[in-house]
Design a protein around this ligand. Structure first.
Ligand code: GSH
Length: 204
């Protein structure tokens, strides 16, 4: 049994997208969180098993998995037939792990340093941001997906970050074309419909 603890318009939204791409059955527990985008919006939800009260948190039977990249790896390993990951021993495994980790370790901090203005005050932050953007543009320019012809969970991790951070990225058509390709995926649309509780009912 798989259960995802989720709050709308947060990093757990990308896990709903992944679940839709995988076509697997995962129960979604909509829960409260204390902060969104740095703003206090409530308190941690006592039902949420994440040690810091954050989302995403995934429970698989008795096992708790947190951190989006770990959740993405866990699910793609659990459902290898969906072809959204890279099994141990496959040629793509190294690149796949690299992009998942790079999103959390390099891309997100770079985007935050751009959003907070840190890159204007700190030469190292500026250099890291520029390097991240250069690497990403180069990787996406070949396309259609991050790792070439095959769409993977790394596209979900990177694509969701680029989506919410688009205004803070360089004005480069490579980003727009990539985001456009991602937005036409049926699973992406279905994930948006499931993001908030009752959102489908509200829309109809
Ligand atoms: N590195 C974590 C970050 C998780 C995270 O910060 N999630 C935010 C939502 S985007 C959250 O739950 N915030 C609530 C809080 O800080 O209390 C991941 O990628 O899973």
């Amino acid at each position: 049994m798989l259960t995802l603890f989720h709050a709308p318009q947060t990093r757990s939204s990308r896990i709903i997208w992944l679940i839709e791409e995988l076509g697997t059955d995962v129960a979604i527990e909509y829960c409260d969180i204390a902060y969104r985008n740095g703003q206090k919006i409530g308190g941690p939800d006592p039902r949420n098993p994440h040690p810091e009260g954050k989302v995403p948190a995934l429970i698989h039977d008795q096992t708790l998995i947190t951190e989006s990249a770990a959740v993405a790896l866990y699910l793609t390993d659990l459902f290898p037939d969906a072809g959204l990951g890279a099994p141990v021993g496959s040629r793509d495994r190294g690149a796949f792990l690299t992009w998942l980790s790079w999103t959390a370790g390099e891309l997100e901090p770079s985007v935050f340093s751009r959003m907070t203005g840190e890159i204007e005050r700190n030469a190292f932050a500026r250099a890291s941001y520029d390097a991240a953007m250069e690497r990403l543009i180069k990787a996406l320019a070949a396309g259609p997906w991050l790792m070439g012809d095959r769409f993977t969970a790394a596209d979900i991790m990177i694509g969701s970050t680029l989506g919410w951070a688009r205004l803070h990225l360089p004005d480069n058509p490579v980003f727009d074309a990539y985001l456009e390709r991602l937005s036409t995926r049926p699973a992406h649309r279905r994930a948006r419909d499931r993001d908030a509780p009752g959102s489908l009912a509200a829309a109809s």
